[in-house]
Design a protein around this ligand. Structure first.
Ligand code: GPU
Length: 831
């Protein structure tokens, strides 16, 4: 981007065109950027031109704060958080940056004066889909809260060229197309070609003795790539702090191999470049379950080594000795995806800085903390030894050494328990042998945490039990949270205004202040305004649904919503069993008086997850039959929103009446959608799983629709020979529903299409849908009864918002800062 020098408006109020915050300054800056950056004047500018001109206008103001932040950090040399995550789902930037900078209104007016609608520019932005779901979105909420709390922090990750696939629904099926999010350019990022590092892979190691007689190791790689930094500024709310999201893009060490080129091997040289760039080419579209692919391990190593080398470069500038690395940086591992960092930091300290083993291990063990995000055994990452050996031979040596010293310790602690060493070992010795990344993370970290109370408890009792017995003091809980800026203020401006009027400002960064709403829960006038806010969001969502699906939904109906990745454990198909139950009830009794409902689904399935894809087909098949049936018209509607994203979520959460959080108890680590709905006044129907447990505790059991087996009952049921067939035979409504699916009714008579799903339910039902069915249906009947009483419903809705304060990611981050990271706020003054 070309930069130019005229920074103040000639003859104006003296405000800088690059940084001024008034309507006039913004208007001039916008026109200036349109002209000098986009090379357009207003009359011929496209939507893209206008969007870019505004983005650069906002970016100039961001960079101003960014420079001040860097200057402040340079002077203060504060302890810094480094968040390592393979995924980030920040959502669109424009709206949030305007809001956090407090220039939404002057910007809206400035554009209005030029005949441009701000909302249309905000709506135009394509979000970076650099994650799969909850884990990536959590990382983005954490960035928002870190900046808002003025904590020095950098978020490191991968700048995938193609993010999560775009989901189309064709003939009721999920069809994946590539996400070319960079096609029109990305105005929010700054490429830093001078910040780049070598990434070695493959080859072998050489052990030798140097002139001083010291043992040294040289890793002779098969290939070397480079990672280049691409930075995105992350602004806090109502503060000047701008932290960095630094993502690495893979490039060849030399763009073209000129030697090869001279010899005429043009294609060989180009191919090498193409091949190297494949490392950061595409995000693996798998949620929790692990994949075990070579390229995935490469991606992990790639971003981890670049990030650690970058920290070491910064560390060098402080003048501190490398032995004190862990005093300057605290590094959080977002699940095991970056766990290779434990071996990589050891390698850098041993081989590059020549520290002795004990010193290097001391630094390493005091640098990392590990967050676990799942209890599903199939989701725990492990890598086959031959694969690991071939890509990261030096790391494998180091891991063997870490493991051997660790197991010596274990055997000393438990001399009469040889099995325990086997269970704790980083190496899974059952053939074929594997490296267990969670074990590496536990051993290399000073703190280990789960993401909700129940999850942290179950971690200690199940998957990490042996580690807990060894090091109970390492284990903590940090219940997840979400940012109220994006998911309340930005997504639900009507609610924001009502809250400001009622409580004044301050709740946006101190969410416990919402307690003040309790006093208004029974006030009829306030209740009426509360319903108007919800009504307005329901109408807005109806507009989006019409645009996206061509389906008309009725804002007076109860919006019953389940949006999240499609997974058997999340039980979208339990939701379907309820829908079909209602359908059957109406077909049996056409005069039945029921609360009209609109069921809204959204979410992607991993491309290779056949059962999840079949669930999507069944949702769409049920939608087709229900939506065209005149007998149920006006009472039931079913919608599947294609391509669910952060952006779409911002339409959905504020519009929901009911939030479905119905996972099999003990399977959902936390959930974060549950919090976004509740913050916007939806009531939850849910199991005692993940953070649902704590949400229910806080909002009050009487304001939460609870059903189903708890985690204990789930394990007992499965351990004692669960027979789903018995539930089927004992419940006529359930039998009718299953039989209807099996009959081919939803598949134009084809009995085979949904047979795998029906068979699985009747023969295995590992997620206990049939066991929970009756209670779920009864609970949904309670929901309908409550909805018929608007005063009662509205009171419950208000109380949900009033008591949701704990689930702000500001609270979560404050706890990480206090209990794990030991970092303090560093306020930034504008230069
Ligand atoms: N989660 Br592991 C993901 O989104 N992807 C993963 O690979 C793994 C976990 C989710 C959990 O399923 C969800 O319960 C949790 O709220 C979220 O991480 C953030 O902690």
């Amino acid at each position: 981007m070309t930069k130019h020098n005229n920074t103040t408006k000639p003859g104006g109020n003296g405000e800088s065109i690059r940084t001024g915050m008034s309507e006039e300054a913004i208007r001039l800056a916008f026109l200036d950027n349109l002209f000098y950056v986009q090379g357009r004047f207003l009359e011929v500018a496209s939507l893209d031109d206008k969007y870019k001109a505004l983005a650069y206008t906002v970016r100039d103001r961001l960079l101003h704060r960014w420079v001040s932040t860097i200057r402040t950090y340079q002077q203060a040399n504060p302890r810094t958080v480094c968040y390592l995550s393979a995924e980030y789902l920040p959502g669109p930037f424009m709206g949030l940056n305007l809001l956090n900078m407090g220039i939404e209104e002057p910007t809206r007016k400035a554009l209005q004066s030029l005949g441009i609608d701000l909302e249309s520019l905000i709506a135009y932005e394509q979000e970076p889909g650099l994650g799969n779901g909850g884990l990536g979105r959590l990382a983005a909420c954490f960035m928002d809260s870190l900046a808002t709390l003025q904590i020095p922090a950098t978020s490191y990750g991968i700048r995938y060229e193609f993010g999560i696939f775009q989901q189309d629904i064709r003939n009721g099926e999920q069809v994946e197309t590539t996400d070319n999010w960079l096609h029109y350019g990305n105005p929010w990022e700054v490429r830093r070609p001078q910040i780049s590092y070598d990434v070695k892979i493959g080859g072998h190691t050489e052990h030798y003795t140097n002139e001083q007689g010291l043992h040294r190791v040289r890793w002779v790689p098969h290939e070397t790539f480079r990672g280049v930094a691409i930075d995105t500024p992350i602004l806090g709310h109502d503060v000047n702090t701008v932290n960095l999201m630094r993502l690495w893009r893979a490039e060849a060490a030399e763009a073209l191999d000129f030697h090869a080129f001279n010899e005429g091997d043009y294609y060989g040289a180009v191919l090498r470049e193409v091949r190297s760039e494949t490392i950061s080419k595409v995000l693996y579209p798998n949620d929790a379950p692990e994949i075990g692919k070579r390229l995935r391990l490469l991606q992990q190593h790639f971003f981890v080594t670049c990030s650690l080398q970058d920290m070491m470069r910064v560390h060098r500038t402080t003048g501190m000795p490398i032995e004190r690395f862990h005093e300057k940086f605290t590094v959080q591992l977002n699940d095991t995806h970056p766990a290779i960092a434990v071996a990589e930091l050891m390698r850098l300290l041993l081989d590059n800085h020549h520290l002795d083993w004990d010193t290097a291990w001391h630094v390493t063990r005091h640098t990392f903390a590990y967050t676990n995000h799942t209890l599903l055994p199939e989701a725990l990452e492990k890598w086959p030894i031959p694969l690991f050996q071939s890509l990261l031979p030096r790391h494998l040596e180091i891991i063997y050494e870490i493991n051997s010293r660790f197991l010596d310790e274990v055997r000393q602690r438990y001399p009469f328990d040889p099995d325990r060493a086997q269970r704790l070992s980083i190496i899974d010795e059952t053939l074929p042998r594997h490296v267990r990344m969670a074990h590496l993370a536990c051993i290399g970290s000073f703190a280990i945490n789960g993401v909700a109370e129940l999850h942290s408890q179950l971690l200690k009792e199940t998957v990490l039990r042996d580690f807990y017995e060894l090091w109970p003091e390492k284990f903590q809980n940090k219940t997840n949270g979400v940012t109220p800026r994006r998911f309340m203020l930005l997504s639900n401006p009507g609610l924001g205004s009502l809250l400001n009027e009622t409580l004044g400002h301050g709740w946006e960064t101190d969410l416990e202040q919402l307690r003040g709403l309790e006093a208004h829960a029974d006030d009829p006038a306030f209740q009426e305004r509360w319903r108007q806010v919800k009504r307005q969001r329901k109408e807005a969502l109806a507009g989006e649904v019409h645009k996206l699906c061509g389906i008309d939904i009725t804002p007076t109906s109860l919006y019953d919503v389940q949006v999240k990745r499609i997974h058997e454990y999340k039980r979208q198909h339990l939701n379907l069993l309820h829908i079909i139950t209602l359908y059957n009830r109406i077909k049996r009794n056409p005069a039945l008086d029921i609360v009209p409902r609109t069921f809204i689904f959204g979410g992607k399935s991993a491309p290779g997850y056949a059962m999840a894809k079949l669930i999507i087909r069944l949702i769409n098949a049920v939608a087709e039959m229900v939506n065209r049936d005149r007998d149920v018209a006006g009472r039931l509607k079913v919608v599947f929103l294609p391509n669910f994203s952060v952006k779409l979520g911002q339409w959905v959460y504020p519009a929901a009446d009911i939030s479905q959080q119905i996972s099999t108890a003990g399977k959902e680590a936390s959930g974060t959608g549950n919090m976004k709905f509740s913050m916007n006044g939806a009531l939850t129907i849910g199991t005692l799983d993940g953070a649902n447990v704590e949400i229910r505790e806080d909002v009050g059991a009487e304001n939460f629709f609870l059903f189903g087996l708890d985690a204990d009952a789930v394990s007992h049921t499965l351990a004692n020979g669960y027979r789903p067939w018995d539930y089927y035979n004992a419940n006529q409504e359930l039998k009718d529903v299953i039989d209807l699916i099996a009959s081919g009714f939803f598949a134009h008579g084809d009995r085979s299409l949904f047979q795998p799903l029906v068979d699985h339910l009747l023969q295995h039902d590992s997620y206990l849908l049939l066991a929970d069915y009756a209670d779920y249906i009864a609970c949904q009947d309670q929901v309908s009864a409550a909805y018929r009483d608007p005063q009662r419903w509205t009171r419950m809705s208000i109380l949900n918002v009033a008591r949701i304060g704990k689930f702000s990611s500001d609270r979560t981050i404050a706890e990480y800062c206090r209990d794990i990271w030991k970092v303090q706020p560093v306020p930034v003054k504008l230069d």
